[in-house]
Write a protein that binds this ligand. Structure first.
Ligand code: GLU
Length: 313
């Protein structure tokens, strides 16, 4: 049976933009009979907020979403990430990098969303030829590891965007797969998790479409049998054209809930944002019955003052 995942990062509270993506992911799964794994992406040490995992679960349930497995926490089983790093090092696909923290910060642990661009890595530590190495013999040395990126990146077929083209050598260069602290990067963790959890349908914001190229490269070098089907969907943005975030005011679902906004009103706004024809849906289940991917607006959705007023009525 196909499988997808809901993968919140407990780095902050879920806002309306996250809610829309999760609702879409959940609705596609329930329409097509995919199983759903709830995965808490809790590897990004410094940005993890205590209690944000439980709060995210609570809000997803409030929205009316459910799942078939999980919550699965990444931190609870780090061995499979290490096994992948051992394999990649033995194949000469990754190499240790001793560049400064400042450079490494640019290729952070978290999913690189929209405005947090990765800096292109100069290749300062890259060996001229792929060199097989013993990953474990570097443990404790405080080195990061980078993936050798080939000069050309193959395109992939996205179920929503169509053919997606991106040249990693020109944008990120060799990207981080493990940090100096010995933790896997977001890119590596996602690939290992999707494979071990049998996830073959990935639905998420289109700010992660370029990450898919990094993830497909890793899947290929790890010899993973299936490239998942990707659905990268447009994001919700503020009136300034930037991805919805704190700067656009308090759009946390917990905030609306505490203010007494009924969940039906949230679902109604999300269903309007998803191109649902006719009257807005009143529940996640009704949304899943009526939603058609073909009607999803192709451009980003703008959260306006009028939307805010509608929620506050
Ligand atoms: N945890 C990631 C996020 O919060 C999701 C990454 C993914 O879907 O691959 O955006």
């Amino acid at each position: 049976m196909p499988r997808t995942r809901l993968a919140p990062s407990p780095t902050g509270a879920l806002h309306l933009g996250n809610a829309r993506t999760f609702l879409l992911n959940w609705a596609l799964a329930r329409q097509h009979g995919w199983q759903i794994v709830l995965r808490i992406e809790d590897l990004d040490g410094p940005r993890i907020k205590p209690g944000a995992d439980a709060a995210a679960i609570d809000i997803l349930q409030w929205l009316g979403l459910d799942w078939d497995e999980g919550p699965v926490y990444q931190r609870r089983d780090l061995a499979p990430y290490e096994a992948a790093l051992v394999q990649l090092a033995a194949q000469g696909d990754i190499y240790p990098c001793r560049c400064t923290r400042r450079e490494i910060a640019a290729a952070a642990l978290s999913a690189p969303h929209g405005d947090e661009h990765d800096l292109r890595y100069s290749g300062a530590c890259r060996p001229p030829e792929p060199t097989p190495l013993d990953y474990r013999s570097f443990v404790g040395e405080g080195v990061a590891w980078r993936m050798r990126v080939p000069p050309e990146t193959p395109s992939f077929h996205d179920r929503f965007l169509g053919c997606h083209v991106h040249n990693l050598a020109e944008t990120t260069g060799d990207f981080i797969v493990a940090t100096k602290e010995g933790l896997p990067s977001y890119q590596l963790a996602v690939v290992v998790d999707d494979a071990r959890q049998g996830v073959d349908r990935i639905v998420r914001g289109d700010d992660l479409a370029s990450s898919a190229h990094r993830q497909i490269l890793l899947q290929d070098r790890l010899g993973l049998p299936h490239i998942p089907r990707y659905y990268h969907l447009p994001l919700v943005i503020g009136e300034d054209g930037r991805r919805l975030a704190k700067r656009h005011g308090d759009t946390r679902l917990a905030h609306y809930r505490a203010a007494g906004v009924p969940v039906e009103r949230i679902i109604a706004l999300l269903s309007r944002w998803c191109g649902l024809p006719g009257p807005p849906a009143k529940s996640a289940v009704e949304f899943a019955h009526r939603f058609e991917l073909a009607r999803l607006p192709r451009a980003a959705i703008t959260f306006t003052a009028a939307d805010e007023a509608l929620l506050a009525q």
